[in-house]
Design a protein around this ligand. Sequence first.
Ligand code: BEZ
Length: 191
Amino acid sequence: MSFDTTAHNRRMTYFDEHESVWLFGYGSLIWKADFDYLERRPASIRGWVRRFWQGSHDHRGTPEAPGRVVTLVADAGATCHGMAYRIPPRVFEPLDIREKNGYLRVVTDMTFEDGAADGVEQAEGVVYLAGEDNAAYLGPAEEAAIARQIAESHGPSGPNRDYLLNLAAALRELGFEDAHVFALERALLAE
Ligand code: BEZ
């Protein structure tokens, strides 16, 4: 099962005339920045939580046995911590292909968390979001079941477990708490 969002994202022209755009990363973009960027800063967005509720049929699983990767779920009181990248808009072209399995580019406000000397603390930018109406969406499940699925899944980008362990390690290194991710990491390592 797949839901190729590339064409939809190509029509997202909101930032086309900008020299650079802030992209908020909350999943693999935190630890796998294999694209050109001008600067990066720890950042957060409000009103969202990170959840391993999106199926991965093309990176960390297969159409027959999907893995699980993160998306954002609306939660009015929550803050999601991640990494923001200032990118030239042309970088969306390869990213739209890399993240084509249900993710749409959405405009978001973000807050920088590094207290940088330039005094800029907020920006409008973009986040990739896979909503519950996309065909690859798996939704919630028991932690143990999610951890088991991640432990057993492999895809063209490698084992699903590496995705979870890399994300947990990156969040820890940045000093960010995420109860959902760390609980899944514990469950996976206890398998
Ligand atoms: C991210 O790391 O922000 C991200 C996660 C899933 C799809 C695209 C981007």
